[in-house]
Design a protein around this ligand. Sequence first.
Ligand code: SAH
Length: 216
Amino acid sequence: MEDSYRTKGLRKRLVEELMEMGINNETVLNAVGDVPRHFFLDTAFLKFAYTNKAFPIGAGQTISHPYTVAVQSTLLEVERGDKVLEVGTGSGYQTAILCAMGIKVYSVERQRSLFLKTKKLLSKLKYDAYLTYGDGYKGISGYGPYKGIIVTCGAPEVPKSLLNQLEINGKMVIPIDKEEGVQEMTRITKIADNQYKEERFGKFRFVPMLPNRAMG
Ligand code: SAH
């Protein structure tokens, strides 16, 4: 795998495109500029790595659009050194973006094959995230509470155990099912124990958040 002048140039263009789409968080834009997205795609899709599209990553799953990744990373409002729980490791692209932002990432994936593949890739690329194979509905309780929780699959509702793993003043960014295959980006701020503020940020499309872990 190689990060050539060409892929670096394409990435610069992608950052400009995200700015035109309204992304203005510099830490996020720098991370998109740093992380070689083409390493996270199957070789068949390489030439599309820097277009604003979602692509299959195996086991019936997709890597999120760069725009979606940028929006969710911005909405988290986290800083260098903060702890973030990610539900749905998938390709590891979102994980790598958070690592590049200086975040301590704990990520859970329910598909065993994706977990194994991504664990290898992220360690090869020297992104130091804690990855687990498990059910994201349960979170990763041993390392919480978290300053931020990012759910990267469409959830039918807000999982209660994830709320419990959120710090006071922490934020969860989660796409919640609205209609068939469409989610509303939702941000939940934990104001106090059992007190939450909810904000909405428009419609997105994600693969579904499914119960339990799977062998595939
Ligand atoms: N963040 C990923 C997005 C991948 S798509 C990326 O940047 O590539 C969403 C992922 O969520 C899929 O890999 C899917 O297997 C996973 N997922 C769905 N339900 C889950 C659950 N309950 N727990 C953990 N992961 C889940």
